[in-house]
Every structure is written in structure tokens, then in C-alpha cells.
Design a protein around this ligand. Sequence first.
Ligand code: SAH
Ligand code: SF4
Length: 388
Amino acid sequence: MLSDTVKEGLAPFVDPDTGKVNLLGLTDERMEAFFAVLGEKRFRAQQVMKWIHHRGAESIDDMTDVSKKMRAILHDIAEIKAPEIVSQQDSKDGTRKWVMRVTGGSCIETVLIPEADRATLCVSSQVGCSLDCSFCSTGKQGFMRDLKASEIIGQVWLAAKSYNSLAANAKRKVTNVVMMGMGEPLLNFDNVVDAMNLMRSDYGYGISKRRVTLSTSGVVNQLQRLSAVTDVSLAISLHAPDDELRNQLVPINKKYPIAVLLDACRQYMADLPDSHRVTTVEYTLINGINDSVEQAKALAVLLKDFPCKINLIPFNPFPQSDYKRPSKSAVYRFQTVLIEAGFIAPIRTTRGDDIDAACGQLVGQVEDKTKRSQRHKAAAEEKIRIIT
Ligand code: SAH
Ligand code: SF4
């Protein structure tokens, strides 16, 4: 039915794993380019995006205002394919966690945290992670593979459908997305940027730039490329007031030390058209490691001229780690030093404890958390070599 020229034109859009074009992962520009190959106008791209992201269409057949002829063509060459939900758990506090299986059989996790005035979705960017931070259970898994754009936005699509937030009159919405699930988003740059652009797009989820947040442990060379392609908010995983300690907790610090990371954040903020935004600094408090009053004071000095807000996250213990969560009083002591120094420093209360949904536990029982096979190690090393 399609000419060879058209088939050739479609090739860059085809997912090699399925031989089909997954419409779920196409950004505004790519969807337009895809329909241009089929001789269709921009309007068609927007129409199809609205079906998928606004109304949650699962099948091309649902798109009743697309002509039958075009639907038949799309049927042959395209699909709407999200990860497969393996399990859904609801916590007493309303937190909802999904384990999802992606092509190839690996599992990822996605967490929705509803609050009074918002609902925040925590999204994974990779299966596992190569950066091996000492306090992170995802890091203990090693790196398996990058998620595709369709697998990243697919988490938003599935969560929004499950939360019933797609209907035109829906009272509930996924209002915020944080790239704080499994993986280091800046090591999967292109796919993460495409997915975030879909979160931002009016034909996608229409979420404002302040409510989409990329969290990074500090892959500076990639951070330097970010402002050219997006304007989302930025969070950095700092966790230590000095390089000596940060080298132990966050090994990428040996390549990009704290001063270099803070400079890259300043530059990112300076490149954005609105100059009032600040970086979120994440600081996981670990008992006896980085939670002393002296360390709080050192952190206040370090960040004195750095426009930021500091999120304090009490460490979430997991079986493969000897680290412990500090006492409540130690957490308050640390916070008080920062507040007295003039910082905004909320404590991120752990939610979804009863379903293991808290930060750093985004690895299900479905996979052996400690298994770092030679293959994973080799893949991780290769990844670092390529990217850095
Ligand atoms: N790779 C990115 C995003 C994913 S990690 C990054 O490192 O920023 C998201 C956040 O969870 C990070 O701030 C990370 O430091 C924190 N985190 C990881 N394991 C944790 C644990 N066991 N307890 C508390 N916070 C943890
Ligand atoms: Fe990777 Fe982030 Fe975990 Fe570090 S904290 S191992 S960068 S997911």
C-alpha cells in the first residue's frame, strides 16, 4: 500500500524491537515529521497526540475522527505501546506504586504521591543505574539499559489513566513529575529530553516548566547541554558539604567535583529566560555519615551564594545497606542550622513506607537487587566511558 519512498521515510521512526512506530513516544516535532512522511498536515499530528495523551486512547481504532483510510495505514505501521503493569500497590497514605515490565523483561518502578493540592509522579529513566552511589538501592543493581522515550512517557500515560485524571472534567491531575525514579536521567539524555518535552507540551500533558523536575547526581558534561533543549526545573543530589565525603557517597563527584557541579547549575539557570528559579538541592541524611551540626554549618557556607532550596531526605534503609536513618532529633538539628542560616530546608517526609515506595527503594522484589553480574558491570563501565 505504501510506496518504497514512504517506507524509507518512516524508517527513522520505527522501534527496532517491534518493527512498528510507537506513537506514544513521539514528540510534537517527531509526530509532525512522521505524518509529513505520510503526506498529512500538522493538524493530524496534533489530533492523534490529543487522542493518546489527553484521552488515553489505547488503540488506533479509538481515533474516530481520523479517516478510515488513515487508520488502516496506521494500523499496519504504528501502535500505542506502554510498559506492561506487573503490579500496583496502594499505600495507606494514598501513595501508589507500580512495577512495570519493559521490552526485554526488565522491571522498573513508578510512584504516584497524591497530596492535598497536587499529585507528584516519580518516573524512572533507566533500568538500574551505572553510577553506584553508596546509599542507593538502584545503584546496587548495576546498569541494565536506557529506557526509550515511549517507556518514560508511558509511565506518565499509565499513571494518569490509573489516576483517572485524563477525562476532560477530571478533578484530579498528575500535576508534577520528578525524574527521581530508577536511573540517572542525564545518562539517557535524548530519550529523557523527548519525554520531558511531551510532559511539557500542550498536546501532551501541559505541565508547566516549574513542575517537571530533572534530578541528577551531577553528570556535568550533559547538564551543560540541557538548557539548549528544555527549560525544566533542576534538582541535584548533593548529600555532602565537601568533596572528600561526596567522593565516597556519589562517585561521579571524582570526575565532576562540587564546585564544577554548582557552576553548571548556575549556568543552566542563567540560560533560562526567567531568571528567578532556583536549584533544588537534595541531601539524604545518613546517620553518623553526613548529619552532624558541623556538616550542616559547612553546607550553609558552601551554598551561601548559591540560589537554592534544600530538600532534606532521611535515608531510607534497605537490606543491602549498612547505613541507618538518623534520629528525628538529629534531622531537626540539621534543619535548624540551615533555617537559621536563611535557607528554605523542608524535610521530605517518607511516604508509602508500607509499600517500599520511598526514594531509593524503587526496586521491586521482582528482581534480585544485589545481582551485579559481569555483564551489568561491563555495560556500566562502557556507559561511563562513552558518556564522560
Ligand atoms: N539519579 C538521579 C535521580 C534518581 S535518585 C539522582 O541521583 O539525582 C533520586 C533521589 O533519591 C536522589 O536524590 C537520591 O540521592 C535519593 N536516594 C537514593 N537512595 C536513597 C535512599 N536510600 N534514601 C533516601 N534517598 C535516596
Ligand atoms: Fe544512580 Fe541516582 Fe541512585 Fe546515584 S542516587 S546510583 S545516580 S539512581
